[in-house]
Each structure stands twice: as C-alpha cells, then as structure tokens.
Design a protein around this ligand. Structure first.
Ligand code: BTN
Length: 322
C-alpha cells in the first residue's frame, strides 16, 4: 500500500491523531508525515490541525480501492476486465484510449479520484473534484462495426440507472441521449468515444461521471445538478460499490445489445424517459415540439406542428421549453 493511502486510511476514522502517533504507525519521521498531509490537503481534503491534539479529517472519507472494486465485480466481469485506480489523471477516457492504442485487454477500466481535464459531451468541461464523485471509463470492443452503434449510449444510460437503483436510488430518469436525471437535475453524464474499427469490431470508450458526495460546484457547471447523497440521503453511498455495479450492469447490457440491438431496450428506455410528453425545443437549431420517446434505433421523436421529426444523437440537443 502506498504511504498516502495508509495515512488516509488511518485518518478515515475521523478521530484525532497526533503527528507522533502517525509517524510511528507509518514508520516515517514527523516531517515526512507533515509533507504527506500537505499533499492530501492540496487537492482539497479537509484536514483539521489543532496544537496538542494533532490531525483530524473533517467529514467522511470514501476512498477508492482497487481490491474492493475487483471483489465486487461479477465473475464474468472479473474474468474479462483489468482495472486501474488512479489518484489523478487528465481524463479517464483519454487514459483508456492510450491503453487501447497499445493493444489492450478485452475490457480495460480506469477510475480516478480526480480529473484535471474531465470532458463532457459537446466540448463541455466535466467538473471533477477529488474524493467526491465517480470518474470511470471502460474500453470495450463491440462486434458489428459502426453501424451497430446507434443506441449504444442510450443502453449505457439504462445500465447506469439499473446500477443506481440496485443500490437504493428511486426515481432516476433519462434525458436523451444519455443524461441521468433526478427530479430534473443532472446526476450522471455519459461520454462515448470511438476509436476505430478492427476486424468487424469497434473500439468504444464508455466514460461515466456520477455525482456522489459533491455538495458544491465550480463555475464551469452551468446546469441544475444533484448528487446521490442528496437524491437518496438514507443510503450510505460508497464509490467502490457504485463503480463495481455500474461495470457489472454495463458489461451485461452491452453483451445483450450486441446480440439483440437497441430494440431489446426500447421499452425500458421509454419507461425511463424524463422528457416524454414535455414541451421541448432543440439546440442549436430551434425546433419546437413535444417529446414522443425513442424509436427502435434510439433516435428521439419530436412531435412538432409540422409532423414528427426524428433527431439523431450528435446532431441536436433537447431542452425543456419553459
Ligand atoms: C456529459 O454529460 O456531458 C458527459 C460527461 C462524462 C464525464 C465522464 S467522467 C469519466 C469520463 N472521463 C471524462 O473525461 N469524461 C467522462
């Protein structure tokens, strides 16, 4: 175990620990402890220091743990996947893309405690503070070439909803193509990136960001948001459990999608559609209409005054009209 993590796990009990006791437990000098503490404080961990008492972590700590995640994976997922857990990365999607370029396992998964250049859809920044949320990317190969991909991101949205529900969330909805909402506020986002075609298979990077403990955001966040702690306060949300369940549900859903296509998911998606029957407009081109659900390929149907318009992912985004 690395020293930072040992120090963190000692502090994770929320009790006071003197510098001397910490130094003794870690087998290092008090100066070394002090340096390690500063490295933890710098990315945003709230560690209190009081003369005569020592150090104490304020609030809870929900550490990412490689072995804990692996132990919670379904056997089928564990057999196929290799997992990397990082303290910091530019973007977990970029990291998985680099790994894929070097060849890659069947499924390569990367999670990070924080991202310095987290990406959202349509060129947006994805706010990625340390210790609060989930930043997860999975590199998978899908048979069937690019033509099989329509609907893929919608299927991942379903998988994320299934995972969160299995852990105790009630009332998650989807906003086409793949935002996960709770009471109209964004709870999770999905960024799918493609990496080329190889012998009939497509390499896909599935990036999932989930707000877990976050209770404030930076100025980059320009839409209403919510975290799991706020959406379901009676549940003790643990990032390792959520990550494992999202991976389990996603790999299972993608295998089903490869066999049966989006048609097999259409009814479930319609049942989770947070915009069905709502007055909507599109951006950047302003089409007005009423949400009419998804078709069998995963495109969104908008009932307009001039008839039904089919909207494909990547073309336009949907907004509620006030
Ligand atoms: C969106 O709703 O705009 C998509 C957000 C996707 C964010 C995740 S966090 C893990 C992965 N790495 C990234 O840089 N982005 C995705």
């Amino acid at each position: 175990m690395r020293k930072n993590q040992t120090l963190l796990s000692i502090l994770s009990d929320g009790e006071w620990h003197s510098g001397e006791a910490l130094a003794q437990s870690l087998g290092v000098s008090r100066t070394a402890v002090w340096k390690q503490l500063n490295r933890l404080i710098e990315p945003g961990l709230a560690i209190e220091r009081v003369r005569g008492k020592g150090y104490r972590l304020q609030g809870h700590l929900d550490l990412l743990d490689h072995d804990a995640i692996i132990s919670l994976l379904a056997d089928s997922a564990r057999r196929r996947a290799s997992l990397e857990v990082l303290d910091k990365v530019d973007s977990t999607n970029s990291r998985v893309m680099q790994f894929e370029r070097r060849g890659g396992d069947d499924v390569f998964i990367c999670v990070a405690d924080r991202q310095t250049q987290g990406r959202g859809r349509r060129g947006r920044v994805w706010s990625s503070p340390a210790g609060e949320n989930i930043y997860l990317s999975m590199g998978v190969r899908l048979q069937g070439g690019f033509s099989a991909l329509e609907g893929l991101s919608l299927v991942v949205g379903i998988a994320v909803c299934r995972a969160l529900e299995s852990l105790g969330l009630k009332g998650a909805a989807l906003k086409w193509p793949n935002d996960v909402l709770f009471n109209g506020c964004k709870l999770a986002g999905i960024l799918i990136e493609l990496q080329g075609e190889l012998e009939g298979a497509v390499r896909v990077i599935v990036g999932v960001g989930i707000n877990v403990h976050m209770d404030r955001v930076d100025a980059a966040v320009d839409q209403p948001w919510v975290s799991l702690d706020r959406a379901a306060p009676s549940v003790t949300w643990r990032r390792n459990e959520i990550i494992a369940e999202v991976v389990n549900q996603t790999l299972e859903a993608l295998a089903h999608f490869e066999r049966a296509g989006f048609t097999a998911f259409q009814d479930e998606w319609r049942a989770r559609d947070g915009l069905l029957g709502a007055s909507l407009h599109t951006e950047p081109e302003n089409l007005q209409g009423v949400g009419a659900g998804v078709d069998s390929a995963g495109a969104y149907l908008l009932d307009t005054a001039d008839g039904q318009v089919i909207i494909r992912a990547g073309e336009l985004s949907l907004r509620r009209s006030q």
